[in-house]
Ligand binder design. Structure first.
Ligand code: ATP
Length: 249
């Protein structure tokens, strides 16, 4: 279980996070959505340890990660993080990159790691392609692979769908869902688009001007009368009508 508590974090004179408190179970995807500038990435940066906020509490199985010891490293070692802007090595091929990730393994384990992950992440056909020539979807898969290639206790993805087309989103969603189930770790998924997270997450948090204005599962979401949630419900209704009409035509 991951528990995040940020009572107050002043980012600028105009923007602060307030009363952020939520929990994510192992094997569960918690989607944090909100408009641009609502504070999603600020939360992600605190959760992964990139922003120093001594008063924030990031607990995994009741153990506090945000301690002075853990502050010595840039990202908490327990976290697998896929940032909004990926930092992959452009001149390496996919296979070379995997060899780098597994450089401390025995040669037998390394071969097993490469074969398993090329299959699991559907990257076999591009194993000899340089990263600079990969599609957005392939790069995103490689970043997720890297995030889970070390022992981690939680996973954070910041806007993984923003550069992907519809087909790539579908493929990435399938792989991502399977990975979270297999790894049995809590996952925080940041997105600005409700459509991208609908079929993926069990819990959803809606962020508005630095505050969580909704927190719950999709059953609660459906029944909520909060004005911001009602707007999203209406958008979903319009999509449903359009999709139904297309299917019937
Ligand atoms: N390092 C910083 N310096 C100044 N202002 C910042 C900094 N980081 C964030 N902000 C401000 O804090 C607010 C929240 O930003 P944040 O990036 O968390 O929003 P977001 O919801 O992730 O937006 P987006 O979806 O566009 O990425 C914004 O008004 C932003 O300008």
């Amino acid at each position: 279980m991951l528990e995040i508590q940020i009572n107050h974090h002043q980012v600028t004179s105009h923007f602060a996070l307030n009363h952020i408190h939520f929990q994510v179970k192992a094997g569960e995807i918690f989607a944090l959505i909100g408009k641009s500038g609502s504070g999603k990435s600020t939360i992600a940066n605190i959760v992964v340890g990139q922003t120093v906020q001594p008063e924030a509490s990031i607990r995994i199985q009741g153990r506090e990660l945000n301690t002075q010891m853990d502050r010595l490293i840039k990202v908490f070692r327990e976290v697998g993080y896929v940032p909004q802007n990926l930092h992959l090595m452009p001149h390496h091929t996919v296979e070379e990159y995997l060899r780098r990730l597994g450089q401390k393994m025995t040669s037998k384990d390394l071969e097993r790691f490469i074969q398993k992950n090329l299959l699991r992440f559907r990257l076999k056909s591009v194993r000899n392609t340089k990263i600079q020539h990969l599609s957005g979807g392939e790069r995103q898969k490689l970043a997720l692979l890297e995030a889970i290639s070390k022992p981690i206790e939680l996973l954070v993805l910041d806007e993984p769908f923003s550069q992907l087309d519809t087909e790539q989103k579908l493929e990435f969603s399938e792989i991502f869902k399977q990975v979270v189930e297999e790894e049995k770790i809590p996952c925080l998924l940041i997105s600005h688009d409700l459509m991208d997270i609908l079929s993926l997450s069990q819990q959803v948090g809606i962020l508005h001007q630095g505050k969580l204005i909704f927190l719950g599962d999709w059953g609660h979401f459906k029944k909520s009368k909060n004005k911001h949630v009602v707007k999203l419900q209406q958008a979903m209704f319009v999509w449903k009508e359009k999709i139904d009409a297309l299917i019937k035509a």
